[in-house]
Design a protein around this ligand. Structure first.
Ligand SMILES: Nc1ncnc2c1ncn2[C@@H]1O[C@H](COP(=O)(O)OP(=O)(O)OP(=O)(O)O)[C@@H](O)[C@H]1O
Ligand SMILES: CC(=O)N[C@H]1[C@@H]2OC[C@@H](O2)[C@@H](O)[C@@H]1O[C@H](C)C(=O)O
Length: 371
């Protein structure tokens, strides 16, 4: 029925994202037929409480066991609550929470059960977006690129643009809007650029007892320590050809590079590292974009944005400059991908995750179809 409805035109899909910052669940409605954006609907944010966040942090990096089970319950409860006012949608795209990501090792783990969510909401749920890609040899991330292609069409871009997501981890998508579909060769190049806000958040939490460097206020008072920055950039990850992806804590030891620095210099240096990782990433793109369109919480950090603008020769602007919503772009991406999963369309390919061929990841669970 869902497929039949989709074949006639756009449907209303509620996408969710619970990102590496572990701050909460974003929900956003997208009107789409899985190929194009027809419109953006309402959105909401359901923060994790202190205890829930502690449970998630405790489980981070684990693959199974009681901590993972507890995290899974928290994620399930939070999403059921977050989606309570969205049950009039035709479909839900449920990313879940990544606890561990090791594409060339043990795989990728997003907790939360789509079948249970479908039962609780009485709405079909597309979920488990990353496993198939990893099983076929891909990175399993990033997955927003096929949506970024649709965004580039929506904003009527005429030359290559980059969508840059500055979340806990940074990722970018270079898009050639001259191509007709994201599957087309040369349409996309995507990869994780490196750590973005996660190390800054970890530093502020450890040293100042706050969860992030609001408006870059602490970094603004400090100076980037170039020796530490150079050591960071010597990491082999930056020279590796994309596609490539990261786990939240893959660079967690970088905090030791700033151990001896004052709070302000440490914050400035970690912010400089986040910016430098992006600059390295842009060098891997097939051409210099006409604009870098920034989404995710990092776009609200003026120090990080100024560092990027100073280092890049093209304009660096928040996605709001082209009429998009930088707080909800990832949730909208999983709404878009959900529609593609329902239609059996690919959600990733060689230029976005390094997988050998186009892959349609994800499954759709329907209410009432549990074993
Ligand atoms: N005003 C601000 N000043 C500085 N930093 C900010 C501001 N607002 C948000 N941030 C940063 O953005 C982070 C949240 O970003 P976001 O919600 O995009 O992450 P996420 O979606 O969890 O991550 P990911 O995209 O890696 O999954 C916060 O943890 C904080 O570091
Ligand atoms: C494994 C995983 O959950 N990766 C996330 C994370 O957060 C940012 C970056 O690392 C990106 O690769 C991905 O999320 C976005 C939404 C993506 O898949 O496009």
């Amino acid at each position: 029925m869902l497929k039949a409805k989709l074949s006639k035109g756009p449907i209303r899909v509620a996408g969710t994202m619970s990102g590496t910052s572990l701050d909460g669940v974003d929900v956003a409605v997208l009107e789409t037929d899985g190929r194009q954006i027809f419109g953006f609907g309402e959105s909401d944010y359901r923060p994790y409480g202190v205890a829930e966040r502690r449970v998630l942090l405790q489980a981070l990096g684990q693959w199974d066991g009681p901590d993972v089970d507890r995290a899974s319950v928290s994620v399930q409860v939070a999403h059921t609550q977050a989606l309570r006012d969205f049950t009039d949608c035709d479909l839900v795209g449920f990313h879940g929470q990544t606890l561990a990501h090791e594409p060339r090792g043990r795989g990728t783990l997003q907790v939360g059960n789509g079948q249970k969510l479908a039962e609780a909401l009485n709405v079909p749920v597309a979920w488990d977006f990353r496993s198939a890609d990893v099983q076929m040899g891909g990175e399993g991330a990033p997955l927003a690129p096929f949506f970024h292609f649709a965004c580039a069409k929506w904003i009527a871009a005429e030359a290559p643009v980059v969508f840059l997501n500055l979340g806990g981890v940074g990722n970018l998508t270079w898009v050639d809007p001259g191509k007709s579909a994201p599957e087309e060769e040369g349409a996309l190049l995507a990869f994780d650029t490196g750590p973005a806000n996660a190390p800054i958040d970890d530093l502020l939490r450890a040293r100042c007892g706050v969860s992030y460097d609001k408006d870059g206020a602490l970094a603004r008072q400090g100076t980037v320590e170039t020796g530490a920055l150079e050591l960071f950039l010597a990491e082999s990850y930056f020279a590796r050809m994309p596609p490539k992806s990261l786990d939240r804590n893959d660079f967690s030891e970088m905090i030791t590079l700033v151990n001896e620095l004052s709070d302000a210099d440490a914050a400035a240096t970690l912010t400089g590292m986040a910016a430098a990782a992006v600059v390295q990433g842009i060098e891997h793109c097939p051409s210099l974009p006409v604009q870098v369109l920034v989404t995710g919480g990092g776009r609200k950090n003026p120090v990080l944005m100024e560092m990027l603008s100073a280092a890049l020769t093209c304009p660096v602007v928040p996605v709001e400059a082209v009429g998009l919503d930088g707080d909800m772009l990832e949730a909208q991406a999983f709404a878009f991908l959900a529609a593609r999963v329902a239609l059996g369309l690919p959600t990733s390919g060689p230029s976005t995750t390094g997988v050998g061929a186009l892959v349609g990841g994800g499954v759709v669970s329907y209410p009432g179809s549990a074993d």
